[in-house]
Design a protein around this ligand. Structure first.
Ligand code: RP5
Length: 163
């Protein structure tokens, strides 16, 4: 099945975080592809990826990066597709560097920026699916089921022995 969501990341070291986005898309039955695309180490690949994304059928791109996290912004600069940015939690500055690098885009080139780390990766996948649902209504149903499962999994008390 043709991928609708492209999940890209700046480095192999981002996979631990970005796998959460892939797993969430998997759970929702959204076709996706995964690739390492670095704004700094493979800049030409980034341009090619972003420029060809729409033509090959992608409808949303999730881009995760850490530190000087230029991948989401540069991807957004080279495609009109919606780009969701996930700030990866960096070792040195705990992801604040990643967050600020991604969120502070100049007016005119938007990146939808999520929370730092796995929560952001999961929410990027959910938001990507909600964007897809505007065109593919079956994803509305899957998102509703996801939320129902989540609600059902919340226990009434913090420990089974408490009532
Ligand atoms: C960024 O630099 C990547 O997104 C990654 O989060 C960070 C560190 O990369 P590695 O040195 O671990 O490959 O480009």
């Amino acid at each position: 099945m043709t991928a609708l969501v492209g999940v890209i990341m700046g480095s192999q070291s981002d996979w631990d975080t970005m796998a959460a986005a892939a797993e969430t898309l998997e759970a929702l039955g959204v076709p996706y592809e995964v690739e390492i695309v670095s704004a700094h180490r493979t800049p030409d690949k980034l341009f090619t990826y972003a420029e060809s994304a729409q033509a090959k059928g992608l409808e949303v791109i999730i881009a995760g990066a850490g530190g000087a996290a230029h991948l989401p912004g540069m991807t957004a600069a080279k495609t009109a597709l919606p780009v969701l940015g996930v700030p990866v939690q960096s070792k040195t500055l705990n992801g604040l560097d990643s967050l600020l690098s991604i969120v502070q885009m100049p007016a005119g080139i938007p990146v939808g920026t999520l929370a730092i780390g796995k929560a952001g990766a999961i929410n990027a996948a959910l938001l990507a699916t909600a964007i897809l649902a505007n065109k593919h209504p079956e994803y509305h149903t899957r998102l509703a089921q996801y939320r129902k499962n989540q609600t059902d999994s919340v226990t009434a008390t913090p420990a089974p022995t408490l009532t």
